[in-house]
Write a protein of this length. Structure first.
Length: 331
């Protein structure tokens, strides 16, 4: 049995430090500018692609790292740099996780490189689940996918999609048999330039502003059979089991969320860590009544509580990420 340890594996530490350097030297200096512009920071994505930080290879290595801690560690560092730019860099990972988690080996090999592109020709992907009446309640999706000959035809409205409408590759979760709830849903890759998929409203946000969040409208959007992630046979077998009241295993949206939600929590830890560090510096620098305000117990204790909560949050995130990777259950 492996010796118990809370130390990060060496390769995770190496990548963490490398990503931290990028966050400090490339992201932070331009964070305010892109936050004000409220646009995808293409030059930053370009820099990241050049050094291999925005690439299919890096994301695959990070996702598959055996401890499960690489993705949260990378996310924390990027979001420590800036949440908006962090999400602009990580947003593609959602579509990629959906393809990796639900696709056949051929679909993975075809579509994941298309999600990233190459330095000089950057691409984006979007994972579109949320709808006006289906956020947490994923089983309530109204977007429909109907088989028509060898094609699938999708109709519906997606909201709040990161890179939605500006992505090259969209992954859409749609209902095939609404009576089965989330067990009757499937994920579809919509290739670049497919007629019937258009960008709707771009959200104006209070934060995370360098990341595009928008509506995606599907109006008779027709895709060939190979765009159904996992393939027809697998979907039919799963729905048949569901109709017989048997267990169906993974569900299209949930399997992606299980892999990616701890990463979102790690992003929040990165934001909180940055906020704590700004607060700490300010408390040391700001003087009132002839001394730095950190010399007042109420300020020092507040900062100590913040640090403690950060540490607790990170440990919970790492535990959830490890459980996701090890398929372990809570006790
Ligand atoms: C910056 C940003 C990026 C996003 N990117 C994507 C994306 O790429 N793709 C995508 O599909 N979606 C995306 N979303 C949408 C996001 O996934 C949804 O906002 C989220 O699923 C919550 O849904 P909702 O906003 O409809 O909240 P609701 O589901 O309406 O929930 C509202 C509140 O009620 C609480 N609540 C709901 N149900 C329960 C319950 N049963 N018990 C207790 N409390 C409950 C929730 O926790 C929440 O606090 C993004 C959102 C943001 C803000």
């Amino acid at each position: 049995m492996a010796e118990f340890s809370l130390e990060l594996p060496e390769d995770v530490v190496e990548v963490r430090d490398w990503v931290h350097g990028f966050a400090d030297e490339v992201i932070r200096p331009v964070a305010h500018e892109w936050d004000e512009k409220e646009e995808t920071p293409w030059p930053v994505l370009e820099e990241a692609a050049k050094i291999g930080l925005y690439s299919a290879e890096s994301f695959a290595t990070w996702f598959l790292e055996p401890s499960g801690l690489m993705m949260p560690v990378v996310s924390e560092e990027l979001f420590w740099g800036d949440a908006g730019i962090g999400l602009a860099l990580m947003g593609t990972g959602l579509g990629v996780a959906a393809i990796a988690g639900n696709g056949t080996p051929e679909q993975v090999a075809t579509w994941i490189p298309e999600c990233f592109g190459t330095p000089g020709d950057i691409k984006l992907s979007a994972f579109c689940v949320t709808e006006p009446n289906a956020g947490s309640d994923v089983s309530n999706l109204r977007t429909k996918a109907v088989k028509d000959g060898d094609d699938w035809v999708l109709n519906g409205q997606k909201v709040f999609a990161t890179n939605g409408g500006i992505a090259d590759v969209h992954v859409i979760v749609a209902s095939v048999d609404p009576e089965l709830g989330s067990r009757g849903q499937a994920s579809f890759v919509i290739p670049p330039g497919t007629p019937g998929l258009t960008a709707g409203k771009k959200e104006k946000k209070h934060g995370i502003r360098a990341s595009h969040t928008g509506e995606v409208l599907l109006d008779d959007c027709r895709v060939p059979a190979e765009c159904l992630l996992g393939g027809d046979e697998k979907l039919e077998a799963r729905m048949a089991r569901a109709r017989e009241g048997k267990k169906t295993g993974t569900q299209a949206a949930m399997s992606t969320f299980e892999a990616t939600r701890p990463i979102v929590a790690a992003q929040a830890v990165g934001i909180a860590r940055a906020a704590f560090e700004f607060a700490l510096d300010y408390a040391k620098e700001r003087e009132a009544f002839g001394k730095p305000i950190i010399m007042n117990q109420s300020i020092a204790f507040t900062l100590a509580d913040m640090k403690m909560e950060l540490d607790c949050a990170r440990l919970l995130v790492w535990r959830a990420s490890w459980m996701g990777r090890a398929r372990a259950s809570p006790r």
